[in-house]
Every structure is written in C-alpha cells, then in structure tokens.
Ligand binder design. Structure first.
Ligand SMILES: NC(=O)C1=CN([C@@H]2O[C@H](COP(=O)(O)OP(=O)(O)OC[C@H]3O[C@@H](n4cnc5c(N)ncnc54)[C@H](OP(=O)(O)O)[C@@H]3O)[C@@H](O)[C@H]2O)C=CC1
Ligand SMILES: O=C(O)C1=N[C@H](C(=O)O)C[C@H](O)C1
Length: 245
C-alpha cells in the first residue's frame, strides 16, 4: 500500500483526488489537509499530491522534500526559476523525487504532444485557453507549457518568427508572449478547462482542441503519478514520460 497525503483536499480538484485515492486498492489516504491544517500532518505519507495555489506551493514543496516525502504536483504557476529551486531541494535530499505536471488529463497531455509535433509544419501558431473564472493564474499552466513545447519545436526546425504586422494594439490585445508564441486567456462562467492550439500555413489551418468536462478527468493521471514517482529520478516535469511519449 502506498501511503498518500493530499494537500488542498477541500479544493475543486483535491476532493476528486481524495475520492480516487480512497477507491484505489493499492493506496491508503493517510492525510487530507487544507489551508489551515498544520503541514506536519503529512509526516506519515510517502507521496503527497498538491493541488493548492501558486502562492503556497513552493513552501509546501520545500517542506515535503526536506522531510523525504515525494510530491506529485498539479498546482500551476511554475517557471524555470521555480523549477530550478525544486531541483536544488531535491539535490540536497538525495533519494527523493518529484513530479510536477501542468495537466494530469491524458487527453490534455496528448493535445500538448500533438501540438508539439505539428508546430514545425506551420508558420503561425497561437494558443487560446478558456477556464472557469475562479482560476488564480493566467495563462494556464497547460497553455504556458504548450507554448514552450511549440516554441522549442519551432526553434529546432529553424523556423523564423511568425508573421505579424500589428503596429498598433490595445494593451493585451495580442495576449501574452511565451517564447514567441501568443497565448490568450478567456475566463467564463460555465467553463471548466479548455484549450485550442491554432496552427496556420499556406491556405489551410489546423485546430487542436481539448475540453475538460469533469475534474475527475485529472485523477487517472494523478494516480499514475503516485504509483510511479518513486521510480523517477529527481524532478520530472509533465506526465509525458509516464505515458511513453
Ligand atoms: N495539473 C492539473 O492537471 C491541474 C491543475 N490545477 C491547478 O491546481 C491548483 C488548484 O486548483 P483548484 O482545485 O481548482 O483550486 P481550489 O481553489 O478549488 O483548491 C485549492 C485548495 O487548496 C487550499 N489551500 C490554499 N492554501 C493551502 C495551503 N497552504 N495548504 C493546503 N491547502 C491550501 C484552498 O483553500 P482556500 O480555498 O481556503 O484558499 C483550496 O481548498 C491550481 O493551481 C490549478 O491551476 C487544476 C486542475 C488540474
Ligand atoms: O485551474 C484549473 O482549473 C486548471 N489548471 C491547470 C492549468 O492551469 O493548466 C490544468 C487545467 O487547465 C485546469
């Protein structure tokens, strides 16, 4: 049995993760903590799933890694500086490991993978992410990661900057620039999490779209991460290696 803790257990995703861990025959839910619970409540856990908030996740990670707990992290807001800090904590605590995935939905991971594969064939790529209005961060972790993967694929293929003659624009009209890829964030009641990657070339376009219909969609990927994080070395970013992508 894997002894699992959940941080953010009363949140929108945390509730689903607790249910999934309790239903898994190879896991025991030993701690389900939320905002005002002392983090020491995680001490009996081998693996802890974190779905909290970008403002608190770094403190959680430093504490967990320092206590030999392996984190499986869904919380977003990671940039290269934050990932480097996590690598430092892991290096100071040999034998630990950590998985951080901007999206645990299998279809979402495939959407990112397909966008990365398609990127080198098109001169233009833009990303539109659409989420519920209670989301803390923009753009989404998934959109940021997709843009990074697309940007890397374009650089590897030697593509030039995308065509864009805009010389006058209202602030924000062209979205955020992530590695040269424009990312647009929509916040709309009624939505959960959605993304379109728009690719354009000579006289044709390709749209890759992903829709999350239920937050239960994240739990198979989270359980996979919990089962496999112990065999991963150091820091793993993204679920791709666990899906052989
Ligand atoms: N990787 C993935 O597949 C996915 C990632 N996410 C990400 O996960 C994060 C959480 O999303 P979501 O569940 O919608 O957010 P919620 O706000 O619904 O849940 C977060 C929970 O964490 C609690 N919390 C805040 N601070 C702490 C703390 N220090 N210790 C323990 N619990 C704390 C919050 O309490 P309170 O409300 O009182 O502040 C809340 O109950 C976001 O960053 C989101 O982008 C979301 C979906 C999928
Ligand atoms: O906050 C959310 O809801 C989600 N957050 C993740 C992100 O920022 O990419 C994953 C998914 O989009 C849902």
């Amino acid at each position: 049995m894997i002894r699992v803790g959940v941080l953010g257990a009363q949140g929108r995703v945390g509730v689903e993760v607790c249910k999934a861990v309790e239903a898994a025959t190879d896991m025991e839910l030993v701690a389900a903590l939320d905002k005002d619970d002392p983090i020491e409540g995680l001490e009996g856990a081998e693996v802890v799933v974190d779905f909290t908030h970008p403002d608190v996740v770094m403190g959680n990670l430093e504490w967990m890694i320092g206590h030999g707990i392996r984190p499986v992290v869904g919380t977003t807001g990671f940039d290269e500086g934050r990932l480097e800090s996590v690598r430092g904590w892991l290096a100071a605590n040999p034998g630990t490991s950590c998985l951080i995935a901007p999206n645990f939905g299998i279809a979402a991971v495939l959407m990112m993978h397909f966008a990365q594969q398609a990127a080198r064939y098109f001169e233009s790529v833009e990303i539109v992410e659409l989420h519920h209005p209670n989301k803390a961060d923009a753009p989404s972790g998934t959109a940021r990661r997709t843009a990074e993967l697309v940007s890397e694929a374009r650089a590897k293929a030697g593509l030039a900057a995308m065509p864009d003659a805009t010389s006058t624009a209202l602030d924000g009209a062209r979205g955020a620039d992530v590695g040269g890829v424009h990312v647009h964030a929509v916040r709309l009641s009624g939505l959960i999490a959605h993304q379109e990657v728009l690719l354009g070339g000579d006289g044709e376009t390709l749209t890759i779209r992903h829709d999350t219909m239920s937050r239960a969609a994240f739990t198979p990927g989270v359980l996979l991460g919990v089962r496999r994080v112990r065999e991963l070395p150091g820091l793993t970013v993204g679920l791709e290696p666990l899906l052989d992508l």
